[in-house]
Design a protein around this ligand. Structure first.
Ligand code: DX5
Ligand code: ZN
Length: 249
């Protein structure tokens, strides 16, 4: 697969970002991998905005998932929505061109896993994708000091990375508020994504704190009716925005 792969170029250039201000991103980690294309299309048909694609390498995190060929397979299956690749791998740079060629839209990585964070951010952009930085629950926001103006996404982990179905860590709420305030002050459109333990019953507080992109794995794929779960999440998004005194767009 080369960066000029016509399939991936076509897939990415035809992508429009979702119009809604808040995006719901089901994580494939909780999907049935034997039916991944069908499951990804089902959650999009049920109202999800993008597909969150968790990549684990058994080094940076103690779990192993999927790589670029599976991302490319989703594109070839016909998934047109943005694919939000979350790299939990070390080293990072080797995989960036492959995921870009495979049709990734966003590529996010953990700064501890890259020797040269600025270089990795630029590498992602040079390959036509939107860069994101992922901060673990105990990782300092200092990482944003010299990177925020180059990022399209800040992904705040609300569990320790590696597994689906863990409990939401509430101390991330303060980090969401702080990142949201820093992004507002910067005037940029950088997204604030939260990943881990997101359920219908904590969506409102996460949105109230300033998150606009919500990853949910087990809460969506583990539910009997994807559309009903996503509808319930949307109504909690509206509640969170109202509590924060913001109008929902
Ligand atoms: C965890 C992954 C998450 C995970 C979320 O390391 O990055 O995206 O799939 O799963 P839930 O929503 O079940 O916590
Ligand atoms: Zn993730």
């Amino acid at each position: 697969m080369s960066p000029a792969d016509p399939d991936s170029t076509r897939a990415r250039s035809s992508q429009l970002l979702p119009a809604a201000r808040h995006w719901i991103a089901p994580s494939i980690l909780s999907a049935d991998f034997a039916r991944l294309g069908e499951q990804a299309q089902a959650v999009l048909d049920a109202g999800a905005d993008l597909i969150h694609f968790d990549v684990m390498d058994n080094h940076y995190v103690p779990n192993l998932t999927v790589g670029p060929v599976v991302c490319q397979a989703l594109r070839r299956y016909g998934i047109r929505a943005p694919i939000d690749v979350h790299l939990m791998v070390r080293p990072v740079d080797r995989l960036v061109p492959d995921f870009a060629a495979a049709g990734a839209s966003y590529i996010s990585f953990h700064p501890e896993a890259s020797d040269h964070v600025d270089r990795t951010i630029h590498l992602i952009r040079e390959h036509g994708c939107r860069p994101g930085l992922v901060l673990n629950p105990a990782t300092s926001l200092d990482w944003l000091d010299y990177t925020l103006d180059q990022l399209d996404l800040v992904l705040l982990m609300s569990v320790n990375p590696g597994f689906a179905g863990q409990q939401f860590i509430p101390s991330v709420l303060g980090k969401i508020r702080e990142v949201h305030a820093r992004i507002r002050a910067s005037g940029r459109e950088t997204r604030v994504e939260v990943d881990g333990g997101i359920k219908v019953d904590n969506v409102a507080q996460v949105v109230e704190a300033g998150a606009d992109t919500l990853v949910a794995g087990s809460a969506i794929f583990g539910s009997a009716d994807y559309a009903a779960t996503i509808r319930a999440m949307r109504s909690q998004i509206a509640r969170g925005e109202a509590t924060a005194g913001r109008a929902v767009r």
